[in-house]
Design a protein around this ligand. Structure first.
Ligand SMILES: *Cc1c(COP(=O)(O)O)cnc(C)c1O
Length: 235
């Protein structure tokens, strides 16, 4: 691995090439730098290289980094969010990626109202590979959940869908899942006659983001490919 700045250039090139292969415009895809477990200095280096979208999966870590880094950063909560922790981040994040129950959305709605946040953007997490170890709803339940949230929770804005594809050696194995995500979002949009803003697809990580971009990802979440391997032994 090179420096963070060099890695970013490489990831940027890869995204641009994947966009070109798919006939998409580069500005349809947002790169989220997943900085979980990494020190603030690493985030600063990415920030200085132009990154403004950062992804974290732990509430406390996100809040700590939020306090220490410039306020023009957009923070993405990408991890599983516990209901009792919603209150700490609802006014700090630009997008909550992993919403997989009505109860969690309800709590986000409640805390947003309390804190005077007019709308909190969220994504619904789909367990696209039907893996027992993963969070996320079944794809068959997507429309019902999206529809219910839109009708009942005025402080929550469903922007789209998110998935964590299975861990695979060959990213081509995940292409089927990214294609499926695209079909689910098209289906939802056609059923939601009153709302057309459900158009974000957050999918693709270090191992498979190029394939995800080829299949329509509008957000990719890249950690290792930018910051290097994570060391969990310190935590
Ligand atoms: C850690 C994480 C990522 C980034 O994973 P890499 O393989 O390091 O790119 C992306 N999305 C989620 C939800 C994560 O938890």
């Amino acid at each position: 691995m090179g420096s963070i700045t060099d890695n970013l250039k490489q990831v940027e090139r890869n995204i641009a090439e994947a966009c070109a292969r798919a006939g998409r415009s580069r500005d349809e895809v947002t790169l989220i730098a997943v900085s979980k477990t990494k020190p603030v200095e690493d985030l600063k280096e990415a920030y200085d290289a132009g990154i403004r979208e950062f992804g974290e999966n732990k509430v406390q870590e996100l809040v700590d980094k939020y306090e220490k880094l410039p306020k023009d950063i957009h923070w993405h909560m990408i991890g599983h969010l516990q209901r009792n922790k919603v209150k700490y981040i609802v006014d700090k994040v630009c997008l909550i990626h992993g919403v997989d129950s009505y109860e969690l959305a309800e709590e986000i709605n409640k805390q947003a109202e309390k804190k005077g946040v007019p709308k909190v953007d969220i994504l619904i997490e789909i367990n696209i590979g039907n893996e027992e170890t993963k969070y996320g709803i079944r794809k068959e339940d997507t429309f019902e959940l999206v529809d219910r949230i839109i009708r009942k929770l005025p402080y929550v804005n469903v922007r789209g869908l998110m998935c964590i594809a299975p861990y695979v050696e060959d990213p081509e194995e995940n292409r089927q899942y990214f294609v499926e995500m695209g079909k689910i979002i098209v289906d939802i949009k056609s059923k939601l006659k009153y709302s057309s803003h459900v158009d974000v697809m957050s999918m693709g990580m270090t191992g498979d983001y190029q394939v995800a971009v080829e299949e329509g990802a509008t957000m990719v979440r890249v950690g290792t490919g930018i910051f290097g391997e994570r060391d969990y032994s310190m935590s």
